[in-house]
Design a protein around this ligand. Structure first.
Ligand SMILES: [Fe+2]
Ligand SMILES: [Fe+2]
Length: 472
């Protein structure tokens, strides 16, 4: 009977009950996961009832069930999108062959690395955000960050499932390592740079959810094309959850922008810090920072790794199935922005090695649409300011532009100009102190911090002043 109980504690649609070996591996991993959650997951509120959605099925309608849950009791489960009968590999050297239901032996190491790199970002963001419940601008926002946190936890489960089900002993070791690395730890850092940055305040959190979770969307979409079918199905379901994270980011920044505009109009000045708002120029500097570190996550513009992932059928392009070329790309070229003899130029480059840049382009176009929606808010208030994505070469640590100093408008600048202007372009210590000074918790029902507007509507058709977290 004990094992039956246990099965109910790991909701799944992968027939865990039938796979004793996998079940045992997950049984051993689960307590380690929970100690990780308790040690570096959300600080405080773990014993409180939070109005959360839980995945209960994978069909398009009604996969989500909303109810009050204490976070450590969240039903982290394993969900794969429905399998597509007779699915074939859509690109690369194996194009047209049946999708693999098991790991092709010769790709084992490469595939494991891809899964570990994706998996590592999931617990990292939970660690980065762990203090933020303490300074939430409202119960609504507190609920939203906890929702994002438990789902990132579930994404870790999703990747650990793949590692434990398909990669044997190595996979089990990697699953444990995912719980051992720590965001920002100099000895055992998380794998990717942006996931070792701090998320010290809610403006940073919303920017992170907008820009960095969106990198996740594009990586997952490319992996959802994978010829390794279990990875594809796992990522397809994760994408449905990811959409909410970007909603939280976009509406969060949008509400801060809205409040900035309201204060600016009310007091007839853009110097709204005196009135407790976050001014649009500060928002622009945070945007510049988060956009640039998120661009680095896509890797170098020219990458033989990216070409290999594609040729081997492991990682496709964004919306591979909707593209009408040969899906092999041996002859094709793609324009890549790069630095040549001290100038930024666009060069036609073999398409296969340019796949990182292509995914980055899809990502930038998506970011741009969100920025335009924020600008609509500003425009509606009759304010003549526009938020802008900085040039893709601005403030990069990876890729061809990392070697140069590039202004947000794309001009190459001298080291002296960079030093002189940096405070206009990136968040300063003073900005960070100011934003930190606003981070006072607001937890009365229906109340919102002064620096952010209430949302247009509540979660799951509940009112905005719903008791999203029960503090009693
Ligand atoms: Fe995630
Ligand atoms: Fe996410």
């Amino acid at each position: 009977m004990a094992s039956v109980d246990y099965l109910e504690r790991i909701p799944n649609n992968v027939n865990l009950r039938e796979n004793r070996r996998l079940l045992r591996a997950l049984e051993e991993w689960q307590p380690r996961y929970l100690s990780w959650w308790n040690e570096v997951g959300p600080e405080g509120y773990q014993a409180k009832d939070v109005y959360l959605r839980t995945a209960v099925s994978v069909d398009r309608e009604g996969w989500a069930h909303f109810d009050y849950v204490k976070m450590p009791e969240y039903r982290w489960g394993i969900f794969l999108a429905e399998s597509e009968p007779n699915r074939v590999i859509g690109f690369g050297d194996h194009q047209g062959h049946p999708a693999w239901q098991d790991v092709p032996g010769e790709y084992r190491g490469t595939l494991r690395r891809l899964i570990v790199t994706q998996g590592d970002t999931e617990p990292a963001s939970v660690e980065q955000q762990r203090h933020l419940g303490r300074t939430c601008p409202s119960l609504y926002d507190m609920r939203n960050i906890f929702q994002v946190n438990v789902e990132e936890g579930r994404h870790l489960w999703a990747m650990v499932y793949l590692l434990q089900a398909y990669f044997g002993r190595d996979g089990r070791e990697e699953a444990d390592e995912l719980l051992r690395r720590r965001s920002g730890d100099s000895d055992k850092p998380r794998i990717l740079g942006a996931f070792n940055e701090k998320t010290p305040d809610w403006l940073s959190f919303f920017m992170f959810s907008f820009f960095t979770d969106r990198d996740g969307k594009y990586q997952l979409a490319a992996l959802a094309e994978s010829g390794f079918d279990p990875l594809s199905r796992t990522c397809r379901f994760m994408l449905t959850e990811e959409a909410h994270h970007m909603f939280v980011g976009e509406t969060g920044v949008g509400r801060i922008v809205q409040r900035a505009c309201e204060l600016q109009r009310e007091h007839r000045t853009d110097d709204i810090r005196r009135f407790g708002g976050i001014d649009l120029s500060t928002i622009q500097r945070y945007l510049n920072f988060h956009f640039s570190v998120s661009l680095d996550l896509f890797g170098a513009e020219v990458s033989t790794n990216a070409a290999n992932f594609y040729t081997l059928g492991l990682k496709g392009r964004f919306e591979e199935g909707k593209k009408s070329d040969d899906h092999r790309l041996h002859e094709a070229t793609y324009p890549v922005t790069t630095l040549e003899h001290g100038q930024i130029v666009s060069r036609d480059t073999p398409a296969l090695v340019s796949l990182n840049e292509r995914l980055r382009d899809d990502y930038i176009a998506d970011c741009q649409r969100g920025v335009e929606r924020w600008n609509q808010v500003i425009k509606r208030h009759g304010i003549d300011v526009e938020l802008r994505l900085p040039h893709r070469g601005f403030h990069r640590a990876i890729g061809g532009c990392a070697a140069a100093r590039i202004a947000p408008d794309g001009r190459l600048v001298s080291e002296a100009e960079w030093q002189a202007k940096q405070a206009e372009w990136l968040p300063t210590g003073e900005d960070q102190e100011y934003v930190a000074s606003l981070m006072k918790p607001v937890v009365a029902r229906g109340q919102f911090a002064n620096w952010i507007a209430p949302p247009a509507r509540g979660i799951n058709s509940k009112p905005v002043d719903f008791e999203y977290v029960r503090l009693e």
